[in-house]
Design a protein around this ligand. Structure first.
Ligand SMILES: Nc1nc2c(ncn2[C@@H]2O[C@H](COP(=O)(O)OP(=O)(O)OP(=O)(O)O)[C@@H](O)[C@H]2O)c(=O)[nH]1
Ligand SMILES: [K+]
Ligand SMILES: [Mg+2]
Length: 356
């Protein structure tokens, strides 16, 4: 594909190839039986605790376990030799009152997705996390970054990316109908038709609402089964480089340079982790008393309604509730707003539940 020049005559051909590659990848990941191969495995699935989970992915000996042990106070073997960690090691760190599960994982090698080492199990765990730390050694960050990204992408993980704004609706007849509310800069109708024909979709409505969608985005939407996960590039071992070298590293987007051994800049890493997790803290205020700022109820963005809040305290509370009073950024006015179960709460809101 890299050798084919893109023009009107070849774009249909390229579209076909892209779709074929995606289909082969899917078979590779799922195994010939179509079952969920590659996932799980003894010791890889651990009990999930906390409100969100962060998985550590990286080549061997970049310092994943050193970071995880010190951050959580949980012991995970550290040594100078590769593949010290052989399975998932869970720990917990509390940030702003929210328990976050940290999953230390074995190192992966190039070709992990294609079945080398324990890479498939490792990446299968990473797929289920709310945030991925891609841990890199500062002495060779860029090459390793590319390789790890390719492994994760090969497993259907999309890093720091929103789902593409493409809707494909299959029909019984009527042919292919493409509509777009914006000009398309990176995809043309010929390629779209090629991809559709490879998937044997002869009739459908396609609506595109994003300028820079690519053919890969279209393949992702048709294939489904993609996960969109935020990631932080943790550039570890900065104690081993000079200040000048460190300045260059700061140019990598979504990166935080640290030293897990010397415990440098880990505060910044925790701050960025908190931002990326995008959690919603809600403080409970019993009627007539001051809010409890020590123990927030922590919810996820998109699942932070008053009902979600009630459910996370006790199943029965939503049923018993007459209304709630909310103070904070989701409330219309500062003296508190009376709301129902559908009201969406925001970070650091204060809530009083009034029962029937
Ligand atoms: N100089 C320096 N060395 C570090 C740092 N963090 C870890 N190391 C060293 O790097 C080596 C590997 O550390 P680990 O924490 O075992 O690395 P890992 O990524 O968990 O390795 P695997 O489990 O084998 O994949 C050890 O000798 C650590 O002491 C750091 O910030 N600076
Ligand atoms: K190691
Ligand atoms: Mg380790």
């Amino acid at each position: 594909m890299a050798r084919t020049q893109k023009n009107k005559a070849t774009s249909y051909h390229l579209g076909l190839l892209k779709a074929k590659v995606a289909k082969l990848r899917r078979e590779l990941i799922q195994g010939p039986s179509g079952g969920g191969g590659g996932g799980g495995g003894l010791g890889f699935d651990v009990a999930r605790t906390g409100i969100a989970s962060v998985g550590f992915v990286g080549f061997p000996s970049v310092g994943k376990s050193t970071l995880m042990s010190k951050l959580t106070g949980t012991h995970s073997e550290v040594a100078a030799y590769e593949f010290t960690t052989l399975t998932t090691v869970p720990g917990t760190v509390k940030v702003h009152g929210a328990p976050i599960q940290i999953l230390d994982l074995p190192g992966i090698v190039e070709g992990a997705v294609d079945g080398r080492g324990r890479g498939r199990q490792v990446i299968a765990v990473a797929r289920t996390c709310n945030l991925i730390f891609i841990v890199l050694d500062v002495l060779k960050p860029l090459g390793d970054k590319k390789l790890i990204e390719a492994e994760l992408e090969g497993f259907g993980i999309r890093l720091n990316k929103k789902p593409p704004a493409i809707v494909v609706r299959k029909k019984d007849k009527g042919g292919v109908n493409i509509t777009h509310t914006v000009p398309l800069t990176k995809i043309d109708p010929e390629e779209i038709k090629a991809v559709l024909s490879e998937y044997k979709i002869s009739s459908c409505d396609i609506a595109i609402r994003q300028v820079d969608v690519t053919l890969d985005d279209l393949v992702d939407v048709i294939e489904g089964n993609r996960v969109y996960v935020p990631a932080i590039y943790v550039l570890n071992k900065i104690d081993a480089i000079s200040i000048e070298e460190l300045d260059l590293l700061y140019k990598i987007p979504n990166s935080v340079p640290i030293s897990s051994k010397e415990w440098l800049n880990v505060d910044e890493l925790v701050d960025v982790m908190w931002e990326k997790l995008d959690l919603v803290r809600v403080y409970t205020k019993p009627r007539g008393l001051a809010p409890d700022y020590d123990a927030p109820v922590v919810l996820r963005k998109g699942r932070s309604s008053v009902e979600d809040f009630c459910m996370s305290i006790h199943k029965e509370i939503a049923k018993q509730m007459k209304y709630a009073v909310v103070w904070g950024s989701s409330a219309k006015h500062s003296r508190g707003q009376k709301v129902g179960v559908d009201h969406v709460l925001e970070d650091e809101d204060v809530v009083t539940i009034v029962k029937k």
